[in-house]
Design a protein around this ligand. Sequence first.
Ligand code: FMN
Ligand code: EPS
Length: 389
Amino acid sequence: MTFTYLTAGESHGPQLTGIIEGIPAGLKLDVAQINAALADRQRGYGRGNRQKIEHDQVQILGGVRHGVTLGSPITLVIQNRDHAHWSAIMDPTAPATPENTTRQVTRPRPGHADLVGGLKYRHADMRNVLERSSARETAMRVAIGNICEQLLAALDIHLVGYVRQIGPVLAEDPTVTTVKAIKAQTAANDLRITDASQVATLHTLIDDTRRAGDTLGGLIRVVVENMPAGLGSYISWDTKLDGKLAAAVMGINAMKGVSIGDGFAAATRPGSQVMDPIAYDPAQGYYRTSNHLGGFEGGMTNGMPLVINAAMKPIPTLYKALPTVDTTTKEAKKANVERSDTTAIVPAALVVENVVAIELVKALTDAFASDNLARLQDQVTAWRQELRG
Ligand SMILES: Cc1cc2nc3c(=O)[nH]c(=O)nc-3n(C[C@H](O)[C@H](O)[C@H](O)COP(=O)(O)O)c2cc1C
Ligand SMILES: C=C(O[C@@H]1CC(C(=O)O)=C[C@@H](OP(=O)(O)O)[C@H]1O)C(=O)O
């Protein structure tokens, strides 16, 4: 069964909707876990006031009976609580007020989708663009990704996303590398970082940046453990799983770079310091004595932990608004600002984790018969056995 999903909904519309096809029948879904992931996406130092309004909860409206997946499409809904407050602002016919003279968005923000989206779809009011280009949509990708994570857990595959750097400040403890250790470290602070000694520095950096009306980006890493070797393929460029992961991660709002393993740093070193030597052990089969290549060779998983890195640009909406042009008068103006995050690197790390989970489920359900979970589990077990031999 080919796994596909679609999301719909605007940032301040009534709800986000998601439909997933291709989750095997027989998976017991833990809705509390999906809601915990949604709450986790809302946390993080540096976010704006929207998260005080939303309390994201998923409703499952199809594809699940008595808590167990049916193999049919799964329909998910998340309400936008802010919709109620926004309807007047969203009404293009409402008269302007002194507080809000810009009911129609005509001063596009550099770095956001406003201007090009408006030109492309002929939206004179670029609110029609920002509503859908907003990363509000990533709430649904996390709900879908969490269902995928629950399927991966049923196959004993585990993953975590974390923040390595915010702006210029590195906040990664290089000795914390396992999924379990990363989860323990990152749960203990509001920055999703593994080096807790940087928390105070980063709080100050984010506070100072917010006061200056500016914004920050950063670096993210996702680590996946126990993904079997041989997923993805070298046979054609578009079968490479590292490529599919890169596209999925780049598909997240504000991502500007994706790399695997040591990534760009590998380009500066000799091959002897980059290739991962092959070894064999009867209990675990073939393995590598290092993992510079982040678990991929020839577009295929090689059985080592997958290491996927992402670079997020700073948030494009600046309170100290940037120069733009009013699209009605063509006069030089300051860009539109309503409300914004100073940095969203903390939720973004969870979003990257979740889109990785989605791509891994796609790869697994492509490779194995997956109408039913028990059958999929049997095949993955048999495949792991074959690889050990
Ligand atoms: C979790 C998350 C939250 C974001 N919050 C904001 C925000 O508050 N304000 C903003 O201007 N951009 C925000 N962004 C980034 C924009 O959505 C993104 O830059 C925009 O859609 C343009 O797309 P691009 O950066 O991929 O080119 C956020 C991104 C993520 C992943
Ligand atoms: C709503 C979310 O993020 C939003 C993403 C976003 C953007 O432009 O991407 C802009 C802001 O929207 P608003 O003006 O409504 O506050 C963020 O809050 C969310 O993550 O749930």
